[in-house]
Ligand binder design. Structure first.
Ligand code: SAH
Length: 195
């Protein structure tokens, strides 16, 4: 069993059974373009379910079968339509046509990638977005002290990875909610537009 599968065999701290507050705010502020949304690295799907309930057409993907199974059960119970897929974010071209999604949402995936995976991921995300489509990313920020959990990401690293392929609209101070702390680790919320 790989690391992610075994995490979901237990009860990982990020799997809070509710959408992330930053994702709720994006919807409240009408920032997410209407239409098809891909939630990449969706875990057990709480952000996806929330977005689907708010009128978006949701596809979500995770590499962990167990997370997807849990998500499917949750969505069925809540009678919410979400297209759950097991798959690798670095190989999106094997699953989706180009220019298919109006927006991509990433809550906690980018900060798990290795340096050499980052440009591959950026290209894959860009490929599936329509022209003018948006990518929203919530990642651990370098303002979070210590080194437990995922890598800390600097604004410079975000810019280096994405600025050639996207217009960065903002990189804002944000936070993750965890099981232990409603206003937990410091994060950056980035909004970018495919150019
Ligand atoms: N978005 C969820 C989960 C965040 S944890 C939430 O907010 O709760 C990061 C997730 O990315 C995990 O579920 C992990 O299984 C998934 N993941 C890691 N590498 C991946 C890859 N290459 N492709 C797709 N999903 C991946």
């Amino acid at each position: 069993m790989n690391w992610w599968e075994s995490a979901y065999a237990g009860s990982p701290p990020w799997d809070i059974g509710a959408p992330q507050p930053e994702i709720i705010k994006l919807v409240e502020n009408n920032e997410i373009p209407k239409g098809r949304v891909l939630d990449i690295g969706c875990g057990t799907g709480d952000n996806s379910i929330f977005l689907a309930e708010n009128g978006f057409s949701l596809t979500c993907m995770d590499i962990a079968h167990l997370a997807i199974d849990k998500g499917k059960t949750k969505a069925a119970k809540q009678k919410v339509k979400v297209d759950f897929r097991v798959g690798d974010a670095l190989k999106l071209d094997g699953y989706f046509n180009q220019e298919y999604f109006n927006a991509v949402v990433d809550s906690g995936l980018f900060h798990t990638l290795d340096d050499d995976e980052r440009p591959i991921f950026a290209r894959q995300i860009r490929r599936v977005l329509v022209h003018g489509g948006k990518y929203f990313m919530l990642c651990f920020s370098d303002k979070e002290p210590g080194n437990e959990g995922p890598r800390r990401i600097s604004k410079k690293e975000i810019e280096e990875t994405f600025s050639k392929m996207f217009r960065i609209n903002y990189i804002k101070d944000a936070f993750f909610a965890t099981k232990w702390d409603k206003k937990g680790p410091k994060a950056y919320l980035t909004s970018m537009t495919k150019i």
